[in-house]
Design a protein around this ligand. Structure first.
Ligand code: SIN
Length: 293
């Protein structure tokens, strides 16, 4: 018997009592989808899932993306992207260690940003007292929009913003610490695969119709209609991550975390390194082109 319990946070919920190696029936899956829309982030605890089960469960939300950085896809399972600071016996990185170091929305740089992502924790780093490190912070873009002054909401009507993979890549490269994995500059093929896109600054959630503030400090390059040197965008991105709208996920091994990419943005906290190991596997579900709210 499973249960769904809201987190002690502005949003997010925990699900216990499910083993995703046994596919949930349609009724239970419907509850999970409703909970995702209601809470934005869901943590399904205590999983020991195979890559097949991770992919099969993820596919029920929609078709899966294959990440542009294919060298970090799990061999034999291109739909699974590895996020990890671990290296193999030859010193070769087993995953992208620097993923998500700045606030962003997964795949917002595509014409059809991701609907949701499902990140599974295989190994979690910890400090000497056993407290987990490498948390993921989430901010609710629904709560952020709701809290804007009415005059600002009016001002944002009709504005569009540029979301860019090259921009977030450069932002992460710029803060990468010496001695870390380091990111190679994007090659032309990778850049051409993902040119910048423009999306409305306030979008309508495709399932709940709620208005969403669709910009993030790491991935949104500029507001197309503004010539203010980026002041409005900075103000909005700072507002979006106000602690009143933030949930911090401290990982446990076996967590499968699902987040709604339209009503949240996130950041991976950089507070650990080898020999502390962090090993995660992510699937990313395709979404639809966002409509202006
Ligand atoms: C990501 O998907 O941005 C990475 C999140 C994380 O590793 O915590």
């Amino acid at each position: 018997m499973h249960s769904i319990r809201p987190m002690d946070a502005p949003f997010g919920a925990e699900i216990t009592g499910l083993d995703l190696n046994d596919a949930p029936d349609d009724l239970v899956f419907g509850e999970i989808v409703d909970a995702l829309h209601a809470h934005g982030v869901l943590c399904i605890r205590d999983q020991r899932i195979t890559p097949e089960a991770h992919i099969a469960f993820s596919r029920r939300f929609g078709a899966l993306e294959v990440h542009v950085q294919s060298s970090f896809n799990l061999p034999g399972y291109p739909e699974i992207y590895r996020i990890s600071n671990c290296v193999d016996e030859n010193g070769k990185a087993e995953g992208l260690a620097e993923a998500g170091r700045v606030w962003h929305t997964d795949l917002a740089y595509l014409a059809e940003p991701s609907r949701c992502s499902l990140l599974y924790a295989l190994e979690v780093p910890h400090d000497d007292a056993g407290r987990s490190l490498g948390a993921t912070m989430f901010a609710s873009t629904t709560l952020a929009y709701k809290a804007l002054p009415e005059a600002t909401k009016q001002r944002l009507q009709g504005l569009t913003a540029v979301q860019s993979y090259a921009y977030i890549y450069d932002n992460i490269t710029a803060i990468s610490k010496p001695g870390r994995q380091g990111l190679k500059p994007l090659n032309d093929e990778q850049k051409n695969k993902v040119p910048p896109v423009e999306h409305p600054l306030v979008v309508q959630h495709p399932h709940t119709s709620a208005p969403i503030l669709f910009c993030s400090g790491g991935m949104t390059e500029r507001i197309v209609e503004q010539t203010d040197g980026g002041a409005l965008l900075r103000e909005l991105c700072d507002h979006a991550i106000d602690p009143a709208f933030v949930y911090r996920h401290d990982w446990r091994v076996g967590d499968l975390l699902i987040w709604d990419n339209i009503q949240t943005q996130h950041l991976a906290v950089d507070d650990y390194w080898l020999p502390q190991r962090r090993r995660m596997q992510r699937t990313t579900v395709k979404g639809v082109a966002p409509k202006a709210a």
